[in-house]
Design a protein around this ligand. Structure first.
Ligand code: ZN
Length: 160
């Protein structure tokens, strides 16, 4: 269970996710940015050659993900060459894949990253997150920063 932060309630975060989900045009399309624990496990199985879900899903998994073996387990990574427009600006140019951030861990990870860059708003938070994770959506980070209670106070002060 995630521990609530003072600057962003879990409820607010859920609202951000809901609005993002509602904004998606093609709901049937597999979404790289909201991968649940269950989907994560199925992606791993698909990469390991198991016949999970359907051929469309398995093709999607193979196109976007790879895995690295750590001890007895496999960690699913997002292939960074599958998002070329970000690659040229990527901080870690020598890194070819980054781990998948699952939906269940997003709240905790987003809050920690935003705190880590001392509420430096969108650019700082986004760069921090995508230097560590392979599937960070810019509009989700944008909404997150816009709804942060501490950043909101700072914006108000600038205009008063
Ligand atoms: Zn903030």
């Amino acid at each position: 269970m995630a521990i609530a932060n003072t600057f962003m309630s879990i409820e607010t975060f859920e609202e951000i996710i809901s609005s993002y989900t509602a904004s998606l045009k093609n709901e049937d399309q597999q979404n790289l940015y909201l991968i649940s624990q269950d989907t994560y496990e199925d992606i791993k199985k698909a990469l390991l050659g198991e016949q999970v879900r359907n051929t469309h899903f398995r093709k999607w998994a193979r196109n976007h993900f790879c895995y690295i073996t750590v001890g007895a387990d496999q960690i699913v990574h997002v292939k960074l060459n599958s998002r070329k427009e970000n690659a040229k600006n990527n901080i870690n140019r020598n890194i070819h894949s980054l781990p998948v951030l699952i939906r269940e861990n997003m709240y905790t990870v987003f809050c920690a990253a935003h705190l880590d860059v001392s509420h430096k708003k969108l650019a700082g938070t986004y760069d921090k997150l995508r230097s560590e994770w392979g599937n960070i959506n810019r509009s989700l980070v944008k909404s997150f920063c816009e709804r942060c209670s501490i950043c909101a106070v700072r914006v108000n002060r600038q205009f008063s």
